[in-house]
Design a protein around this ligand. Structure first.
Ligand code: SAH
Ligand code: AVI
Length: 340
C-alpha cells in the first residue's frame, strides 16, 4: 500500500508517482486513533486495499452474488461509445481504478476516437496500478498510462502534473464501482466538490452509483456463500497487524454485513467473538474488545434518485446524460461542472 515514494517513468508509455497530501503512514495512525480508540469503533475503508485486499476485492467481483460490477460492466460495454462521444474526451482520468477491467470498455472507445489516447489512473494500491498498467499497455498500442498512487484528494491535486496540457484536450473523469457510496454525505459532497473544482468547463465526470433494491439481493452481495467478502473484511485486521505492529487474531472476529434501511446502506462489521485484548505497538495501545462488540469497517450506500440529486446539487454538478440497468438497479451519470 505504501509504495516507494518516487516518481518513475518505468517505460516510455508508463509512469507511476506517489502522491500524498499527508504522509500515508501518519494518516493511518491518525485514523486508527480517531476510529479504533473510540466507541463505537470504525476505520475508513481505504485501508482494505493492500495487495491482498485488492486481490480479494477482485475475487468479490467474480462472485455470483456481487451484482454491482456485472451491472456496471454491462452498462459500460453497451454505452462506452456514446459516453465517450458525449464527453468529447481525449483523456480518461479514473479515481480508485483498481484493476481497470471495466475501464477497458471506455479505453477501447477512446482509442477508436483519438490517435494518442491518455489514461491517468489513481489508486491507493501501487501493486494493482502497475499490474493494470502493464496489461493495458499490451492491449492498447498507442496508449499512454500515468498512475497516481495515493488518496483521491492527492490525485486530484496532482492531476495537473500529468494532464491538463492543451494537447490532452477535454478529460473524462471516471469514478466507478459506486465507490462514492463508501462515504457519508458530508465527505461525499466534499469529494464531489473537489472533483468539480478540478474539472475544466469542458471536462465531464462519469459517476457509477449503486441503487436501492430488495434487501435479500443487497445482503447476499455482501455475504457471499464462498466467504470472499468475509476474507476481504478480515484482511483489514491483517493490514493493521502489519502496518501498526498489532496482534489482532483474525479468528477472533466474525464478518457481518446488514442492510441498514434507515440509512439506505450496507454496513460491513467485524464482530468480536469473545472478550479479548489486542496490543498495538504504534500507536502504543491496549484495546479491550468485548464479546459482540462491533468494528464498523465500511458503509456502502445505496442511492435513491433524490439522494443522487441532492449530492450533485451540493457539489455543483449538473446532469448531462445517464444510463441505468433494468429497474434502476445501477446507474451511470454523465455530469458537467455547473457554473460556480
Ligand atoms: N473502480 C474499480 C475498483 C473499485 S474497489 C471498480 O469499479 O471495480 C475501490 C478501489 O478504490 C480499490 O482499488 C481501492 O484501492 C481504491 N481506493 C479505496 N479508497 C481510496 C482512496 N481513498 N483513494 C484512492 N483510491 C482508493
Ligand atoms: C469499492 N466499494 C464500492 C465496494 C462496495 O461495494 O462498497 C467494496 C466492497 N465491500 C464489500 N464488497 C465490496
Amino acid at each position: 500500500m505504501f509504495a516507494d515514494p518516487s516518481a518513475a517513468r518505468l517505460t516510455p508509455r508508463y509512469s507511476r508517482r506517489v502522491v500524498e497530501e499527508r504522509d500515508a503512514h501518519a494518516e493511518l495512525l491518525a485514523d486508527f486513533r480517531a476510529g479504533m480508540l473510540e466507541s463505537p469503533r470504525s476505520l475508513p475503508p481505504k485501508y482494505f486495499y493492500d495487495a491482498r485486499g485488492s486481490q480479494l476485492f477482485d475475487a468479490i467481483c467474480d462472485t455470483p452474488e456481487y451484482y454491482p460490477t456485472r451491472l456496471e460492466a454491462e452498462l459500460l460495454e453497451r454505452h462506452a461509445g456514446a459516453i465517450m462521444e458525449a464527453s468529447g474526451a481525449r483523456t480518461l482520468f479514473e479515481l480508485g481504478s483498481g484493476t481497470s477491467r471495466k475501464t477497458e470498455y471506455l479505453l477501447e472507445a477512446l482509442a477508436g476516437r483519438v490517435a494518442q489516447p491518455h489514461y491517468v489512473a489513481n489508486d491507493v494500491c501501487g501493486e494493482i496500478l502497475d499490474e493494470a498498467g502493464g496489461r493495458l499497455l499490451q492491449r492498447f498500442e498507442q496508449l499512454q498510462v500515468d498512475s497516481l498512487c495515493g488518496d483521491y484528494a492527492a490525485a486530484l491535486t496532482h492531476l495537473a502534473d500529468v494532464s491538463g496540457a492543451q494537447a490532452d484536450g477535454p478529460r473524462l473523469f471516471a469514478f466507478l464501482g459506486s465507490s462514492l457510496g463508501n462515504f457519508e454525505d458530508a465527505e461525499a459532497g466534499d469529494l464531489l466538490r473537489r472533483i468539480r473544482e478540478t474539472m475544466n468547463p469542458e471536462d465531464r465526470l462519469l459517476l457509477g452509483l449503486d441503487r436501492i433494491k430488495p434487501r435479500p439481493v443487497l445482503e447476499s452481495a455482501y455475504n457471499d456463500e464462498a466467504g470472499v467478502t468475509a476474507a476481504f473484511n478480515l484482511n483489514l485486521l491483517a493490514v493493521l497487524n502489519t502496518e501498526l505492529g498489532a496482534d489482532f487474531d483474525l479468528e477472533g472476529f466474525e464478518h457481518r454485513a446488514p442492510f441498514v434501511e434507515a440509512q439506505s446502506r450496507i454496513e460491513m462489521h467485524l464482530v468480536s467473538r469473545r472478550d479479548q485484548v489486542v496490543h498495538v505497538s504504534e500507536p502504543e495501545a491496549r484495546l479491550q474488545i468485548a464479546e459482540g462488540e462491533v468494528i464498523r469497517t465500511e458503509i456502502s450506500r445505496k442511492f435513491s434518485r433524490d439522494a443522487v440529486d441532492r449530492l450533485l446539487a451540493v457539489a455543483g454538478l449538473e446532469h448531462e446524460a445517464e444510463w441505468s440497468a433494468p429497474e434502476d438497479w445501477y446507474s451511470l451519470f454523465l455530469l458537467r461542472p455547473g457554473v460556480a
